[in-house]
Design a protein around this ligand. Structure first.
Ligand SMILES: Cc1ncc(COP(=O)(O)O)c(C=O)c1O
Length: 399
């Protein structure tokens, strides 16, 4: 008998470009931190669509706002004003200290915009030789040509060479290498305050201090990629602030729309002043639907969500420490708040995601041997406990 899942999978196999090795799971609805597949099986979602479904699935306020906005007006293009972009920009400015926003539709576009604005800054300033970017090994910033050029993994890069020239990678734990790489030709350094895709590696305070110092001494711009670790994920609005970083540009995405695609590049006044009409654009960027969704998210963020993430993150960390004590296959635990990763033994790594699904929990594996958790920011302690209990059973199954 052909099931509903079989039908979806066979159409997918015939017609969707095969760039994702998907798990054989067809999800059809969700509530809070739980999602249900087409056969009615429920899963605890410890991944939230890779850190996107920040308010949880089926959030009433978000759903209502989206429906109301769809009835009123969805899109006007950026040829006209509408009231929501300015409101959202002002709220993000208050949270970040960066007074100007450019809206786009994804994380990679936000990075792309930051890279262009950094180059444009020096071009306008008359330092046309300052075009290079310094990035970190293990970094992931996206897959368009600019953002891919500052992404370090060879498998992402090599099939698409030549990429944007003038990018230097430095080890993320070597202040001297950073100092040597930043020269009078450097436009900007780009950093993830916590590397996500690379295996959940927080930037050390020593490295953050070196980064601040080198940028200050040389006038080099600092771009913080807060797409994964920002917007409340670590229990504060932006993780760069926790490290004492003062970025000139910030890239946002993922959590911002709670599931509606929206990204943003935030700029200091110094950088913004050097960008001119026509320098960049986006047909969809910051349309009414996206801004309305993002405003619902920012409302939540400013009304207790960051504090709740700090509590939930501490709860998750305690749970992970217990998990590590009970399972010899669990190694180092890294991250902050509700962005966590832990190393697993290589013999477990290959099977852990599928074993999790069998046990009713969704997690992600990244960087080969790291299990990554990015649950909804609204997850309850009870769902964290139940998710970790299922993950514990999956670790046994996978060994
Ligand atoms: C730190 C970081 N930067 C950029 C991106 C790219 O974002 P998107 O997939 O929305 O284009 C990601 C996505 O995982 C990310 O984690």
């Amino acid at each position: 008998m052909t099931t509903a899942a079989d039908q979806v999978l066979s159409v997918e196999a015939a017609h969707i470009l095969q760039v994702y090795k998907r798990l054989p799971l067809v999800l059809v609805r969700g509530a809070g931190a739980r999602v249900t597949d087409c056969d009615g099986r429920e899963y605890i979602d410890l991944l939230s669509g890779i850190g996107v479904v920040s308010l949880g699935h089926g959030h009433t306020g978000l759903t209502r706002a989206i429906a109301a906005q769809a009835e009123e007006l969805l899109h006007t293009s950026n040829l006209f004003f509408h009231p929501l972009q300015g409101q959202l920009a002002a709220r993000l400015s208050r949270l970040s200290g960066l007074p100007r926003a450019f809206f786009c539709n994804s994380g990679t576009e936000a990075v792309e915009a930051c890279l262009k604005f950094a180059r444009r800054y020096w071009h306008t300033a008359g330092s046309r030789g300052r075009t290079e970017i310094v990035a970190f090994e293990r970094a992931f910033h996206g897959r368009t040509f600019g953002s891919l050029s500052v992404t370090s993994g060879a498998p992402y890069r090599e099939p698409f060479a030549p990429l944007v020239p003038g990018v230097r990678f430095v080890p993320p734990d070597d202040p001297e290498a950073l100092r040597a790489a930043v020269t009078s030709a450097t436009a900007a350094v780009i950093v993830e305050p916590i590397q996500g895709e690379g295996g959940v590696w927080p930037l050390s305070r020593t490295m953050a201090d070196a980064l601040t110092a080198v940028c200050e001494e040389t006038g080099t711009l600092l771009i913080a990629d807060e797409i994964q670790c920002g917007l409340g994920r670590t229990g504060r609005p932006f993780h760069s602030a926790a490290l004492g970083l003062r970025p000139d540009l910030m890239a946002l995405g993922k959590a911002l729309g709670g599931g509606v695609p929206v990204g943003a590049a935030l700029l200091s006044e110094r950088v913004a002043a050097n960008v001119a009409f026509g320098d960049h654009g986006s047909t969809y960027g910051g349309n009414l639907l996206a801004c309305r969704a993002a405003l619902v998210f920012v409302d939540a963020l400013e009304n207790g969500l960051t504090e709740r993430v700090a509590e939930a993150g501490a709860h998750l960390e305690r749970g992970l420490r217990r998990l590590a004590a009970q399972h010899a296959t669990v190694g180092e635990i890294r991250g902050a708040g509700l962005m966590r990763g832990f190393e697993v033994a290589p013999e477990v790594a290959d099977g852990i995601v599928a074993a999790g699904l069998e046990r009713g929990v969704i997690v992600n594996r990244t960087a080969g041997t790291v299990v990554r958790l990015l649950p909804p920011l609204t997850i309850s302690d009870a769902d964290i406990d139940e998710g970790l209990a299922r993950l514990g059973a999956a670790l046994e199954d996978a060994s």
